[in-house]
Ligand binder design. Structure first.
Ligand code: NAD
Length: 252
């Protein structure tokens, strides 16, 4: 129970990487504050946490809204007194489209959830961690934050921004006992990838991407959760500002 007595806040906890990581952090001893836009799936994750005999609460929030972010941070502190681990993970994928056809509204949607949501989470959680003088934050970027993926330039830009926010914040907080790292998944079998599978295939893109998956398969969300649990723990005590690639060789 290496995360015993730790309080972890997880956004996007209702599905995919967020759900798998919530269960992993809880099984390693953490008390969890589960955050998601989707009440039904968020509460399902909480049920799974409780079935493990672990403690937690669910808070519904849209991570792109400042008042919602302040509310989940306040709920975590009111309920459990502190935040030791923050998995700043909620994100959405762009509709695949040629660059010149991307609507401004789509640009704003992606940026407000993937970038502003991560920024707001950092802003309010860092205030709590700074007072404590300790904490570990993991922001979910993507291999698309390192090199672009075809027909999703805005998504790629948003994930480059997540890496920028991670490094900028890590630099400021390195001497304050707070570590901030970026998780970079490649292709993971989640609702997100399922939702774009058809668009992938229509664009002839899926073949490209599968051939880049050197292991010939998508990751299971649990394979990402292992990295999240490691970065959250004191085992990663000398890691900050790092890009943790868990991509099955996608970027080779
Ligand atoms: P998912 O769709 O399975 O889960 C995302 C969760 O975030 C959902 O429960 C959803 O309700 C929630 N969410 C979306 N918008 C929200 C908002 N505004 N406020 C609060 N919650 C919101 O997706 P996933 O694949 O687990 O993705 C998690 C993260 O991993 C995302 O940041 C995504 O960009 C990133 N990522 C995923 C892959 C992949 O292949 N699946 C690859 C690289 C990066």
């Amino acid at each position: 129970m290496e995360l015993a007595n730790k309080v972890a806040v997880i956004t996007g906890a209702g599905s995919g990487i967020g759900r798998a990581s919530s269960l992993k952090l809880a099984s390693n001893g953490a008390t969890v504050v589960l955050v998601d836009f989707n009440k039904e799936t968020g509460e399902e994750t909480l049920k799974l946490v409780k079935e493990q005999g672990r403690e937690g609460i669910f808070v519904q929030a849209d991570v792109s809204k400042s008042e919602d972010v302040q509310n989940y941070v306040n709920k975590a502190v009111e309920t459990y007194g502190r935040i030791d681990i923050f998995f700043n993970n909620a994100g959405v994928i762009q509709k695949f489209a040629p660059f010149t056809t991307v609507e401004e509204t789509e640009f704003d949607r992606i940026m407000s959830i993937n970038v502003k949501g991560v920024f707001l989470g950092l802003k309010y959680v860092l205030k709590v961690m700074e007072e404590q003088g300790s904490g570990s934050i993991i922001n979910t970027a993507s291999t698309a934050g390192i090199r672009p993926e075809h027909s999703v330039a805005v998504y790629s830009a948003s994930k480059h921004a997540v890496i920028g926010l991670t490094k900028g914040a890590a630099l400021e907080y390195a001497k304050k006992g707070i570590r901030i790292n970026a998780l970079c998944p490649g292709g993971v079998q989640t609702a997100l990838t399922a939702s774009v599978a058809e668009q992938f295939e229509k664009g002839g893109y899926v073949q490209d991407e599968i051939s880049n998956m050197r292991m010939g398969r998508y990751a299971d969300p649990n394979e990402l959760a292992e990295m999240v649990a490691f970065l959250a723990s004191d085992k990663a005590s000398y890691m900050t500002g790092s890009i943790a690639l868990v991509d099955g060789g996608l970027t080779l």
